[in-house]
Design a protein around this ligand. Structure first.
Ligand SMILES: Cc1ncc(COP(=O)(O)O)c(C=O)c1O
Length: 414
C-alpha cells in the first residue's frame, strides 16, 4: 500500500523529535567554541544538577535528542510490530553503517553493527583461524575482552599468548612500539592492542604498530572503546585490520550497541560467531558478522542518532573540547605535590582518560570522599600498577566542574 501523507508526516515527526530542532537552532545561533556554546551543549544532557560526572570511560549519558529519537522509535516499533512497519529498519541500519564508515574513513561494507566492544573484539578473537604454535601479542593493560578472551581461546586451541607490559606513564611512542616489536617472532599471527587504555589513559601509536604488523602479514586488532566519539578516529590512516567500539561510552549513545570494523580483504578470514535466521554466505562484507536473530531495531536507530548529535557539533570540535577539559584536569593535578599523575601530557600519547594517585591517602578512601562529600562520580583502581582515581571528562562537563574536582583533590592531598 502506498503511504499516505499522514504516514509520511508521522515518519518525519518520529525522525525529528522537537529536541533536535531546538538543539540545531540553538547551535546555529551560538558562537562555536565559546563557553556559552558549550553550556548549551551541556544543557542537552539530563544529568542531575549537583552531580559532577567524570566517568565517560565507563558510561556516558545520552543527550536528550538521542534519547528522544530512541524513545520515538521504541514507541513506533511497539505501536506496530508488523513486518511492514519494521521494513524501514533495514534501511536505517544501512544509513547508520554509512555514517559510521564516513566518520571512521572506511567503507560501509567493512562495518558490522554489534552490541558493544566486548562483542566486536570477541568476534575477531573467536573468528580467526589459529593453530597450535601460533602466537598472539597483547598488552597487560588490555581490557579482558581483548586479553582473557585470547587466553581462553588459546587454552582450547593451543596457541601462545604473549603479554607486553605497559609503561606508566609511557616515556614516548618509541617505547610502546619497541615493546611490541621486540615480542614479534616468525610465528606471530595477531597483535591485539588497546587504542587508548582505560587503566592509565595511554594512547598507543596504533598507526606505527599497524605498519609493523602489515609488513609481516600479522593481523592487527585495535580496541577502540576509549576512542571513537572522543577522538577523531581515522581508520584508513591507522591501517589496522579490525577495530571495535561501544556506543555507550564516548559516542554518548545507547547501551548495548556497538560497531566492529574489519578491513575488506580480511573479512573472508573471519568465521561468524553467530549463525541464525538471516545469515547467508551472500551477505555483503562485514554484515555476515552481525547476524544475531531479532535485533533491537530502535536501539540501532539510537546509535545513528548519537552519530548525528556528534556531527551537528563536529567531531573535531568534540575532540578539541574534550581534550581541553582533560588537559585542564591534568595540569591542575600535576601541580599538587601529593599527586602522582599516571597519564601522559603529550597529546599524541593521551586522550580523555586521566589517572592519578594520592600519595597520602588510600585510593578507595579518596574515591569515597569525592562521591560522598562532593558528589563527583569517578572511577577507582584500588591496587596494582594502575592504582588511582580516574577522571574522564566529556563535552557535557565544564571547566568549572574540572576546577572543582581538582580543588577537591587538593583538599585531600593536604
Ligand atoms: C578499553 C576497553 N575495552 C573494552 C571495554 C568493554 O566495553 P563494553 O563493556 O562496552 O563491551 C572497555 C570498558 O570499559 C574498555 O575500557
Amino acid at each position: 500500500m502506498t503511504p499516505t501523507r499522514r504516514d509520511i508526516f508521522k515518519t518525519v515527526i518520529a525522525a525529528v523529535p522537537a529536541s533536535w530542532t531546538a538543539f540545531s537552532t540553538a547551535l546555529a545561533a551560538a558562537t562555536p567554541g565559546d563557553e556559552a556554546y558549550w553550556r548549551m551543549v551541556q544543557r542537552q544532557f539530563p544529568l542531575e544538577d549537583r552531580l559532577i560526572y567524570l566517568n565517560a570511560a565507563n558510561i556516558c549519558p545520552a543527550s536528550r535528542p538521542v534519547m528522544d529519537r530512541h524513545i520515538e522509535y521504541l514507541r513506533d516499533f511497539h505501536a506496530n510490530p508488523s513486518f511492514q512497519n519494521r521494513d524501514k529498519y533495514v534501511e536505517m541500519r544501512e544509513s547508520l553503517r554509512g555514517k559510521a564508515a564516513r566518520m571512521l574513513r572506511v567503507d560501509a561494507d567493512e562495518i558490522a553493527v554489534t552490541r558493544n566492544t566486548s562483542e566486536g573484539s570477541n568476534i575477531v578473537v573467536k573468528g580467526i583461524d589459529l593453530k597450535p604454535g601460533d602466537e598472539v601479542i597483547i598488552t597487560d593493560h588490555n581490557h579482558p575482552s581483548n586479553n582473557d578472551s585470547w587466553k581462553v581461546r588459546a587454552k582450547r586451541d593451543g596457541f601462545i599468548v604473549k603479554s607486553v607490559p605497559t609503561p606508566i606513564p609511557a616515556r614516548g611512542a618509541d617505547e610502546l612500539i619497541g615493546g611490541i616489536e621486540r615480542t614479534i617472532t616468525a610465528r606471530t599471527r595477531v597483535i591485539a592492542i588497546t587504542h587508548l587504555t582505560s587503566t592509565t589513559g595511554i594512547l598507543y601509536p596504533a598507526r606505527e604498530i599497524a605498519a609493523l604488523a602489515k609488513r609481516r602479514g600479522i593481523w592487527m586488532h585495535l580496541d577502540g572503546a576509549q576512542t571513537f566519539g572522543g577522538l577523531d578516529v581515522d581508520l584508513s590512516a591507522i591501517g589496522c585490520d579490525s577495530y571495535s567500539t561501544s556506543a555507550h561510552k564516548w559516542l554518548m549513545g545507547p547501551l548495548e550497541a556497538g560497531l566492529l570494523y574489519v578491513r575488506a580483504s580480511r573479512i573472508p578470514e573471519v568465521w561468524p560467531s553467530i549463525v541464525t535466521a538471516g545469515w547467508t554466505e551472500n551477505l555483503k562484507g562485514a554484515r555476515k558478522l552481525e547476524v544475531l536473530g531479532q535485533r533491537d531495531d530502535p536501539r540501532v536507530v539510537a546509535l545513528e542518532a548519537s552519530l548525528d548529535f556528534i556531527n551537528l557539533i563536529g567531531m573535531a570540535n568534540v575532540e578539541a573540547r574534550m581534550r581541553a577539559l582533560a588537559t585542564r584536569a591534568k595540569t591542575g593535578l600535576a601541580a599538587i605535590s601529593n599527586v602522582e599523575l599516571k597519564t601522559n601530557m603529550q597529546p599524541e600519547l593521551c586522550g580523555g582518560v586521566v589517572k592519578f594517585k594520592l600519595r597520602n591517602m588510600a585510593t578507595k578512601r579518596a574515591y569515597d570522599v569525592l562521591w560522598e562529600r562532593h558528589r563527583m562520580a569517578t572511577s577507582a583502581t584500588p591496587s596494582g600498577d594502575s592504582e588511582g582515581i580516574r577522571f574522564s571528562p566529556h563535552i557535557y562537563n565544564t571547566f568549572e566542574q574540572i576546577d572543582r574536582a581538582v580543588g577537591a583533590v587538593k583538599e585531600l592531598a593536604g
